[in-house]
Design a protein around this ligand. Structure first.
Ligand code: SF4
Ligand code: SF4
Ligand code: SF4
Length: 371
């Protein structure tokens, strides 16, 4: 059963107003950004949607990075534990300080200055004169680009798996551009509420995670077809074009963009990361089979308050690892049984410090299924 904990009075009028504007705006914006040609007459000028000579992609990245950076600075300077529910909050933990610093640097340097600012400084016509082009829909999270680029292949099939072995799926909460927005919004007052009240939980919600496996298989199949096409062993342009259209329209545009971001207020901040992103499923499988050594570990202080489950953006029933009928049990969990991204929210929210990240060594603690 899918469960959420919202009530009809969970939203204020201003939030309803925001909702009414946010969803259509998100859809329209991504339409202009990803498929501008749909809105133009045949051979229409793609620059119709440019503002001050800059493309929708640039303005999107500017807004996105600005929001993420502003939240990070607010968290770092405010020096408060944003996961705690009480008004009087403890100072930011060293883990969260490092995480938000990492997000700030990754987003501003890795996902903004390097791809958008530096190339534009040397482009023909000057900084305020972007050339006409349709947005690329080949983000590395879709995995298949690794079949087209040796550098990306090493990144996705070597660097990330090694990182998973050492750090679990922290890539998702410390570095990835999609995850950066989710982490930033997740500590804002509305965002924290959306995670708490609207993240799908329960057995059906967990079973639906199989969708992510289907998308990973699709990405690998598409990648294999590209590879075979590249070496001319097997060429089927129409099949390739169909796969690309499916990827672009259904996975990138509708799921990754419109639902992935537009549904934040309806389903929490990690719907795409939990049900869509093929890279995340790949990381989880690597973590499961290489026995990623990091896990969330309860101690004997748990009082069964359940706040940890409420704060988890990935819908993990954290409390079920920490207590049974309010009596502490100590069952560690990591990527072998859950899609945990190592955000640390459950650890920070617990008022009795019953959870921590720990390195698991064989024989130290039981690791069992959450079923
Ligand atoms: S799940 Fe995928 S999209 Fe989400 S943060 Fe991780 S790698 Fe990025
Ligand atoms: S671990 Fe902490 S937050 Fe979770 S149920 Fe136990 S006491 Fe509550
Ligand atoms: S289990 Fe804890 S650390 Fe893992 S994703 Fe959920 S809240 Fe974050």
């Amino acid at each position: 059963m899918i469960t959420t904990t919202h009530t009809t009075s969970s939203r204020s009028r201003i939030e309803w107003l925001f909702l009414g504007l946010f969803l259509p705006t998100t859809f329209l914006f991504y339409l202009v950004y990803k498929y501008p040609q749909w809105l133009l007459p045949e051979h229409g000028d793609l620059r119709t949607f440019y503002l001050f000579g800059k493309s929708p992609g640039f303005w999107y990245a500017t807004l996105y990075t600005g929001l993420v950076a502003a939240v990070c600075v607010w968290v770092l300077i405010g020096n408060k534990n944003r996961y705690q529910r009480s008004k009087k909050k403890d100072p930011l933990t060293p883990y969260q300080r490092a995480k938000f610093l990492s997000i700030l640097l990754a987003q501003t340097v890795g996902f903004y200055i390097v791809p958008f600012i530096l190339p534009a400084l040397s482009q023909e016509g000057g900084f305020w004169n972007d050339p006409p082009k349709v947005a690329t829909k080949a983000a590395h999270v879709y995995v298949y680009p690794a079949f087209q680029s040796a550098g990306l292949a090493v990144y996705l099939f070597v660097v990330i798996p090694v990182a998973v072995w050492f750090f679990g799926k922290r890539y998702c909460s410390w570095f990835c551009s999609c995850g950066n927005l989710a982490e930033a919004v997740g500590v804002l007052p509305w965002g924290a509420k959306w995670v708490r009240l609207y993240t799908p939980r329960g057995t059906t919600a967990k079973k639906l995670e199989v969708l992510q496996t289907v998308i990973l298989l699709f990405a690998l199949f598409y990648g294999a077809m590209l590879l075979l096409d590249g070496v001319r062993l097997f060429t089927a342009p129409s099949l390739l074009q169909s796969l690309q259209a499916i990827q672009d329209l259904l996975i990138d545009f509708l799921f990754g963009a419109v639902v992935g971001v537009g549904a934040y207020p309806l389903l929490g901040t990690r719907i795409w990361c939990r049900y869509g992103c093929p890279l995340a499923k790949g990381m989880q499988l690597v973590g499961k089979f290489t026995r990623s050594r990091y896990a969330v570990v309860p101690n004997d202080k748990c009082r069964g308050l359940g706040l940890c489950t409420q704060v988890c953006p990935m819908g993990i029933d954290v409390a079920s690892f920490a207590h049974k009928d309010k009596k502490p049990i100590q069952i560690a969990f990591g990527l072998d049984t859950t899609p945990c991204i190592g955000c640390g929210g459950c650890i920070d929210v617990c008022p009795v410090d019953a959870l921590s990240f720990r390195e698991i060594r064989p024989g130290t603690l039981a690791v069992v299924s959450s079923e």
